[in-house]
Design a binder for this molecule. Sequence first.
Ligand SMILES: Nc1ncnc2c1ncn2[C@@H]1O[C@H](COP(=O)(O)OP(=O)(O)OP(=O)(O)O)[C@@H](O)[C@H]1O
Ligand SMILES: [Mg+2]
Length: 506
Amino acid sequence: MMVPTLKVTGLQKSYGPTIALGGVSFEIVPGEVHALLGENGAGKSTLVKILSGVVQPDAGSAVLGGAEYTPRSILEAREQGVSTAFQELSLLTNLTVAENLALPELKKSALRLVSKRDNEELAAATLAQYGLELDPRAHVSTLTLADRQRLEIVRAMSKRPKLLILDEPTAVLSSTDWLFALIRAETARGTAVLYISHRLNEIRELCAHGTVLRSGRSIATAELDKTDDAAIFEMMVGTSLASFSRKASTSKEGDQPRLQVTDLHAGDVKGASFSVPVGGIVGVAGLDGQGQGDLFHALFGLTSIKSGNVRVEGKPVEMRSPAHALKAGIEVSLLPEERKTQGIFPSLSVQRNVTLGAMSKVSSLGVVRRSRGQRLMREVAKRVDLADRYFNFQIGELSGGNQQKALLARVLSTGAKTLLLFDPTRGVDVGTKQAIYEAIQSYAASGGAVLLYSSELSEIVQLCDRCLVVYDGRIVAQLEGSELEERRIVAAATGHFEGSQVRSAA
Ligand SMILES: Nc1ncnc2c1ncn2[C@@H]1O[C@H](COP(=O)(O)OP(=O)(O)OP(=O)(O)O)[C@@H](O)[C@H]1O
Ligand SMILES: [Mg+2]
């Protein structure tokens, strides 16, 4: 019988009163891509941290290639043949691409011993080998989140591990082709891969087996061919999945649009014109790095506008800072990582973080505020499916998906009339997505306007009335009604236009 690459038995880990893992057992054989499934907060990243030497378990054991495995650090894990692309990325943003690729083997001080030139040449070769077009000398802080994610993946792969761990590697990637080809090359060499994603279609494409975690325990290892989505979902949450259907749009095109953008030039955006009606949900789709990031930043006053104009309810507004945007009734939800610099207070509780924006607008009497805050929190948490027990956690102690839910709860509770949502369900579990879709739709139905970028096309097709497809900084198509289909979005996003079927933007 084949010796498993990894076998874990009864792993447990608590953080104070929180039981993050309450008994996890499974094994992975060489050349296998093994899925790890579970809803937000189920314990997936905690398991990853244990296997990567970041935290130590309270109980249980792990055996790697037949030998006891108890790594005390990322470096030790690496030396024993385990490397990881982390969900929250472990790159040092003030260092270059080449310097990051050399970590964690080289400590910052040791970096100076290897000539910078040699290290850059080595990095260039590695990047070429994995098909990643990045300048080895670029600072990681200048890269898009998608490129940082790719670099995190390439760094883990380039260590030639026995076990490669990928924690939600595709959450910010709008195409999986590059990654899946690399994973297949790895497994062909006998590497075992532990793969985490909330996207079941990806898991089905890559994995034969998957272990399901629920509330920190491994419930079962399923043979995925023989298990349908509903059954997997039931294992994950213990109940069956409610289905979501797209409701008719409530937007009235005849009215004054809520948001009107004309010939906008900002950052990588080269002339964008579109409008978002009252009650409308307008999607933005595109491959990574086609200007969608700058479009959202410009509309929130973070990227300066070179020319063109923005009107809110017909009135021109200057978007010179987020304060201008907020004054115009525009609230934005960007990725958590960027959010850190935009008013998230890591040491405050989840409730304080979520209700801060809305509470500053109501009475300042402490008592009133507290009870109102609680009521608001409960109400908005329900809309994004965030469990009560998290309200008093520091926001940094939440799992990745639960942080995302809290951030979305916050923008939904501010009372803004326009929301810019950038990949709002990134890393959120399947069940919660439905709750969030409903929250976004009811926000629009009650007179809000939404501009939504998503790296998942199915989300745009399900949720939006209209979709702007961006390519090389321009809006190359606006699809709506029966034209709003995944294959048409893909065609436009890759520069293939289907003649008159795809209307070019005005
Ligand atoms: N440093 C910490 N302090 C306190 N609790 C923590 C800490 N890290 C994780 N937890 C808790 O442990 C539990 C499991 O979190 P974990 O990050 O492993 O979830 P996950 O399955 O990766 O979820 P997601 O899909 O959202 O990424 C959660 O309840 C989380 O709040
Ligand atoms: Mg996680």
